[in-house]
Ligand binder design. Structure first.
Ligand SMILES: [Zn+2]
Length: 350
């Protein structure tokens, strides 16, 4: 074969190939939803809601997102999927989730939104995955949404908080990372994670929780002075006239990495602040087990300027390698959160 002819043939083959593969992709059948079922199962003694959404074939591509301004809504985008003939708006009679909506937001992209009864916390209040077809159970290939109570994930019941309103202040956030550990763990992420777990526990106990922040953000704004930022947090309590307590959550830091332990603070002269700080200290020592540096007084802005009994907690030293790793550990955070929530419960009861 002449090289000219060969090149021509190769070119034609290439064009054919491209046309065929494009045509193949476009004509590939969409996923079509054809199955919807909800059930409640028990996992580790806790109720878990299962939402199963089946379809005609496997290989689903999807992503899960929660918008920072709408934390109770779980959104799952299904690629190359049409809703088919299943119901589009399904109210749920369940304590964990209120409603499921299914809509085709653009041709071939279907969105499932689940309205939860609580804030969505990945891995601790929901899981999303797919399961293969189960012929025995007559279930097709399906997307599974597991919804559980974040409080039950933390694993604890808190008494004494019902009907009370508590302000939680996760220290730092946004442009202010707070202290940073030797392995790069930031104070702002630890304080937010622990605060959200406390929030879940208190809410499950029937309390109203007011958070100074629920995401990684500055409360005042990114170019604020320290005072503006701290006053913005105090204002959250001031503007919530029903608020009864203010708890600010921080991690300690020191130039010497050997410094370690937990401590709690109150503003000197506040008898109720002192009692709150003492209860927090007692519970954190019992649950967290770190060296107890005690209950102390300080002029920290947020405990000085709030109009309700207030305490500031230093959970541990993020600059201490061992404590940095504990503070980032999910199970350890659960313990700390339970300690804080229990102490708050005791404050109202004792
Ligand atoms: Zn701090």
């Amino acid at each position: 074969m002449s090289s000219k002819l060969f090149r021509l043939l190769a070119f034609v083959a290439l064009i054919l190939c491209m046309t065929v593969s494009e045509g193949f992709a476009a004509s590939q059948p969409m996923h079509k939803l054809n199955y919807f079922q909800t059930s409640t199962i028990q996992k580790d003694g806790q109720d878990v809601l299962l939402v199963e959404i089946g379809m005609n074939k496997d290989g689903l591509e999807y992503d899960v997102l929660v918008k920072p301004y709408m934390q109770n809504r779980l959104i799952i985008n299904l690629q190359r999927t049409t809703p088919g003939k299943i119901d589009r708006d399904i109210p749920l009679k369940n304590d964990l989730a209120k409603r499921v909506k299914i809509q085709e937001v653009e041709t071939g992209r279907t969105q499932i939104s689940v309205d939860l009864a609580h804030a969505a916390v990945e891995g601790s209040s929901y899981n999303v995955y797919t399961l293969p077809e189960d012929r025995k159970a007559k279930k097709p290939y399906r997307l599974v949404i597991e919804v559980m109570s974040p409080a039950s994930a933390v694993g604890g019941k808190v008494e004494g908080v019902k009907g009370h309103a508590i302000v939680l202040d996760p220290g730092h956030g946004g442009s202010d990372s707070g202290a940073v550990g030797p392995d790069g763990v930031t104070e702002k992420e630890v304080t937010l994670a622990v605060s959200k777990k406390v929030q879940a526990l208190l809410q499950a106990g029937g309390a109203r929780v007011i958070m100074t922040r629920e995401t990684d953000r500055d409360v005042y704004g990114i170019n604020a002075t320290d005072t503006q930022e701290l006053q913005a947090r105090v204002n959250v309590a001031l503007y919530a006239p029903e608020s009864e307590l203010f708890v600010s959550i921080h991690c300690n830091a020191f130039s010497n990495p050997a410094a370690h332990g937990m401590e709690t603070y109150y503003y000197d002269g506040s008898y109720r602040g002192q009692r709150l700080a003492a209860l927090l200290n007692e519970e954190l020592a019992a649950e967290g087990g770190l060296f107890n540096r005690g209950v102390k007084t300080a002029n920290f802005y947020v405990i000085k300027h709030t109009n309700v009994p207030a305490s500031l907690i230093e959970l541990g030293f993020i600059t201490n390698y061992q404590e940095e790793h504990l503070l980032m550990d999910d199970a350890y955070q659960d313990k700390l959160a339970l300690a804080v929530a229990k102490a708050i419960g005791r404050y109202f009861q004792e």
